[in-house]
Design a protein around this ligand. Structure first.
Ligand code: NDP
Length: 423
């Protein structure tokens, strides 16, 4: 063999060694055992538990629906709530996806559309809103506008053939809320009010304990939702746009909690309100409201809302056998659930830790499920109308200084649809 032949053979050998080396480096199956890679069972990916039974189970991988089978949402109004909470929540939603935006601020809308992969043709302004009718990808319209605009966009959406998820408070009066219910019914569209706490696992655990009377029947509910509102021009200080001050904005959570925990409707409201004299922010709306609801079973709910106190969002339920306390009850994140009760000769305070889930994703997925299965939402328009009625009685009592009686409603959960499916 000549020198060139030897060299060629050497090159071939080096080349073969190189290919083999590359195959091994790419994770050749022979050398690396395959262990614990999960499996698809009933359409979902599953792994066996990797922690001992003494540990909290992880819950496993989420099981979202294939993207093209989810309900398409159009979000109307790209303000703080939409951009800080709702749009990110689509990332963890299982039945819902973002397909369209509606905004009066074109550069913001274009930027947000690019961030979330919404096609430019699916970005609408308010004047062109009714064109959503021609977009079959849109199933649900989520109204996240200032309160006084909810009615118009809910009704226009329903008349464009879309189901509606509307932010709280549903409107600025029970009459406007009822008009929204009537219009959606006439258009044969669903209307759900975004009472996120009724879908959130910590609040649902308190609800379970109250309804099952785990520590005895509820006797007294204490609910505060306070925040210190900033200065500047905000629609929340404008009565025409907001419909009121801290009461419809944050006090509503306390009122709604008293109603959904017990399932009852108040028969009497006693209220006081306060605004710092001379503060121009409170020329049109109130800063603070304290209101007491008397429920038919004898439960009393003491509620407070404010725009002038440091953030505190606490829900407590007092029963003969235990004191249930949910700190951060109405907040987006960071909840602490403690239950004080007798334990032998000692007092025990249990802290219950529940895996957090995105409550905006849960409520959107509930709406998507109701649309897909033609079910009544758990928090339909009627739930929002009743809250407006109680708020109207609250303002009436605060103005007159007298208790205001409300019509007695027989039965429980008269304004609610079936409970949400376990997530
Ligand atoms: P923002 O003021 O942050 O945003 C409102 C958006 O509405 C604006 O950015 C604007 O979006 C649009 N808009 C259209 N017309 C007007 C107008 N005349 N004045 C002001 N804004 C207008 O409000 P939030 O996002 O905080 O609140 C929106 C709704 O969500 C309210 O009903 C509120 O009660 C509710 N909410 C609910 C919460 C919850 O936890 N469920 C928490 C916070 C709010 P664009 O420029 O795109 O047109």
């Amino acid at each position: 063999m000549d020198g060139r032949g030897l060299m060629r053979r050497r090159i071939v050998q080096i080349g073969a060694a190189g290919v083999t080396g590359t195959l091994l480096a790419r994770g050749a199956t022979a050398a690396v055992p395959k262990i614990d890679t999960g499996r698809v069972q009933g359409g979902r990916v599953e792994f066996p538990p990797w922690t001992a039974p003494t540990e909290r189970p992880s819950g496993g991988p989420p099981n979202p629906m294939p993207v093209n089978e989810r309900a398409g949402f159009a979000v109307v109004g790209l303000g703080r709530l939409a951009l800080e909470e709702i749009l990110p929540a689509f990332g963890t939603a299982k039945r819902s996806r973002l397909v369209a935006l509606v905004s009066g601020t074109p550069d913001k809308a274009a930027r947000v559309a690019a961030q979330y992969g919404v096609r430019p043709e699916a970005v609408y302004d308010y004047a062109g809103f009714d064109r959503i009718r021609d977009n079959p990808e849109i199933t649900v319209v989520y109204v996240v506008l200032p309160n006084a605009m909810h009615k118009e966009y809910t009704i226009r959406a329903a008349q464009a053939g879309k189901d509606v998820l509307c932010e709280k408070p549903m409107s600025v009066s029970s009459a406007e809320g009822q008009a929204m219910v009537d219009a959606c019914r006439a258009a044969q569209r669903k209307l759900m009010i975004a009472y996120r706490c009724q879908y959130e696992p910590y609040n649902r655990e308190v609800l379970r304990m109250v309804r099952e009377k785990t520590f005895g029947p509820a006797r007294f509910i204490d609910a505060v939702n306070l925040q210190n509102q900033g200065d500047g021009a905000q629609w929340r200080f404008n009565r025409a746009l907001a419909g009121g001050g801290s009461l419809p904005d944050v006090g509503l959570y306390c009122l709604n909690a008293a109603r959904y925990l017990t399932g009852e409707e108040p028969v009497e409201v006693i209220a006081r309100s306060f605004s710092p004299p001379g503060d121009p922010r409170y020329a049109e709306v109130e800063e603070t409201v304290n209101f007491v609801l008397r429920l038919p079973s004898g439960v009393v709910a003491n509620c407070a809302s404010s725009y002038g106190m440091h953030e505190s969002r606490v829900l407590s339920v007092h029963t003969p056998g235990g004191a249930i306390n949910l700190d951060g009850a109405f907040a987006y994140h960071d909840k602490q659930l403690r239950i004080a009760h007798r334990d032998g000769r000692a007092e025990s305070v249990d802290e219950r830790r529940i895996p957090m889930q995105n409550q905006f994703a849960l409520e959107m997925d509930h709406m998507a499920e109701c649309v897909a299965t033609n079910r009544e939402p758990h928090t339909p328009g009627e739930e929002g109308v009743q809250d407006h009625r109680v708020m109207e009685a609250t303002y009436q009592s605060a103005a007159s200084g007298q208790p205001v009686a409300m019509p007695r409603v027989e039965g429980l959960d008269r304004t609610r649809g079936p409970a949400p499916s376990p997530s």
